[in-house]
Write a protein that binds this ligand. Structure first.
Ligand SMILES: [Zn+2]
Length: 165
């Protein structure tokens, strides 16, 4: 199912809708926590395999919590597309839709500003987790790969605990 989030000003609540029928699937209070729960509902609906991957990652690496959530949302929104080369993906920007970043999973690289800042060692840049820089696009491509392929698991990182072994 494809879902979308709407903010209802009158009810002061976020609503998760079936994008085709407009049926209200769930409602969440205004504010950051309500928004977060609405986004989790979208992930659970549109990319159910990704939710436990993101949760496991966030549990293991608290410094990656917000990027793991945003990455899962990117997968749910269909922002990840293979580019034709093995394990190389285009990932659409979360904030600026016409922008697309190239993520090379074997090299562990992304073309976004967050990744660049992480590489420069800036404190607010992509965190270095277990030897890899993880912006939300790198994580989104990893989640995308892990939900559809098993033959390429050798490059998966980290072990998301998806139970496929
Ligand atoms: Zn990135």
């Amino acid at each position: 199912m494809k879902t979308t989030i709407q903010y209802d000003r009158k009810e002061r609540a976020y609503r998760v809708l079936d994008a085709e029928t407009g049926e209200v699937l769930s409602q969440h209070p205004q504010g950051p926590e309500g928004r977060y729960q609405a986004e989790r509902a979208v992930i659970a609906s549109d990319a159910p395999h990704v939710l436990p991957l993101a949760d496991n990652l966030a549990h293991q690496y608290p410094e990656a919590v917000s990027r793991a959530h945003k990455a899962a949302l990117l997968v749910a929104r269909g922002a990840v597309r293979p580019n034709g080369a093995t394990d190389v993906y285009y990932v659409a920007s979360e904030t600026d839709l016409p922008t697309v970043y190239l993520v090379d999973l074997p090299k562990g690289t992304c073309g976004c500003e967050d990744f660049y800042q992480g590489r420069q060692g800036e404190p607010h840049g992509a965190p270095n987790v277990d030897g890899r820089l993880v912006c939300k696009h790198v994580l989104a491509a990893s989640f995308f790969l892990s939900q559809r392929a098993t033959e390429n698991r050798k490059i998966l990182w980290p072990d998301f605990g998806d139970g496929l072994d």
